[in-house]
Design a protein around this ligand. Structure first.
Ligand SMILES: C[S@@+](CC[C@H](N)C(=O)[O-])C[C@H]1O[C@@H](n2cnc3c(N)ncnc32)[C@H](O)[C@@H]1O
Length: 284
């Protein structure tokens, strides 16, 4: 590894990552270096002309080897930013995606627009707890309950809640089954990838838990019972459910939602790329 300067080191690592077919190689190189050397972004910027700390180069090489094997960067650094907060992640949980922040925004807007004072909110399939914890911190008067069927995910969500100072109630179990209350808002980012598309996933995505991704033959294995469960768990008035979906299954989910909730206002919400990413079911 070059010891000329941090700037040259970044270029050399970015080149190795790019040659391995990794997109965003420059960004990954900077983040790996920051993580290996324990630097903030500002510190890294200030040290660009300096030689890198030689004692930490072996550690950096080890992290780089993992990334070259296509391990997701966030599992290597152990964290990801979601809704302006840092969440710990490891291979027990899906890495929260930026588009999922839309569920948080929708839930907050609904609660505020109806001035619901102490909303009871459920996050089903919570994974790292990113959605539930964000909502608990953004809406301090809310009671937030979350479920996941994975014991490992429960552990990660619990650690994140403690680290971020969020009070949420976590339940291990299938969808809404562990919950007894009626909710003002239910949010969920369930597994929804068509089984036939699982083989075409980016290598990094295949390192995430299959339980978090695989939606079965038609992508609806989890969404179908989730919609049934939501029907019995939402308060009859001034309540809403927001479910993240994969664009290819949008029409099928919309049809199911109309069958389950004939009296609700139902719509598809697009992500920043203009793709149908969330189904909104609202009772005014
Ligand atoms: C797509 S991940 C979403 C994680 C997190 N909510 C996020 O957005 O980053 C789906 C999660 O659903 C969980 N899961 C899968 N089947 C489930 C079920 N039947 N009941 C509850 N959780 C389930 C998985 O363990 C995984 O953590």
């Amino acid at each position: 590894m070059t010891t000329e300067s941090v700037s040259v080191l970044i270029k050399s690592i970015a080149g190795r990552l790019s040659n391995a077919g990794i997109s965003d190689a420059g960004m990954d190189a900077r983040l790996l270096i920051r993580h290996a050397f324990g630097w903030s972004a500002e510190e890294q910027l200030g040290r660009l002309p300096d030689p890198p700390p030689v004692a930490k180069l072996d550690h950096l090489e080890g992290l780089l080897a993992r990334r070259l094997e296509r391990e997701p960067l966030q599992y290597i650094t152990g964290n990801v930013e979601f809704f302006r907060r840092r969440f710990n992640v490891d291979p027990r949980v899906l890495i929260p995606r930026p588009e999922t922040e839309q569920l948080v925004v929708q839930a907050i807007e609904f609660v505020r627009s109806y001035r619901i004072e102490s909303p009871r909110i459920a996050d089903i399939c919570t994974g790292s707890g990113a959605i539930a914890i964000s909502l608990a911190l953004e809406l301090p008067s809310a009671i937030v309950e979350a479920t996941d069927i994975s014991v490992g995910a429960m552990e990660v969500a619990s650690q994140n809640a403690t680290a971020l100072g969020a009070e949420i109630e976590l339940y291990e179990g299938n969808l809404l089954e562990p919950l007894k209350s009626k909710f003002d808002v239910i949010v969920s980012n369930p597994p929804y990838i068509l089984r036939g598309a699982m083989a075409d996933l980016q290598v990094e995505v295949t390192r995430e838990p299959a339980l978090a991704l695989d939606g079965g033959e038609d992508g609806l294995d989890v969404i179908r019972p989730l919609l049934t469960g939501i029907r019995g768990a939402l308060k009859p008035e001034f309540s809403a459910a927001y479910i993240e979906i994969d664009p290819p299954i949008a029409d099928a989910v919309l049809q199911l939602a109309h069958q389950q909730f004939p009296n609700a206002s139902i719509s598809l919400l697009a992500d920043l790329a203009g793709l149908a990413r969330c189904v909104a079911i609202e009772f005014g």
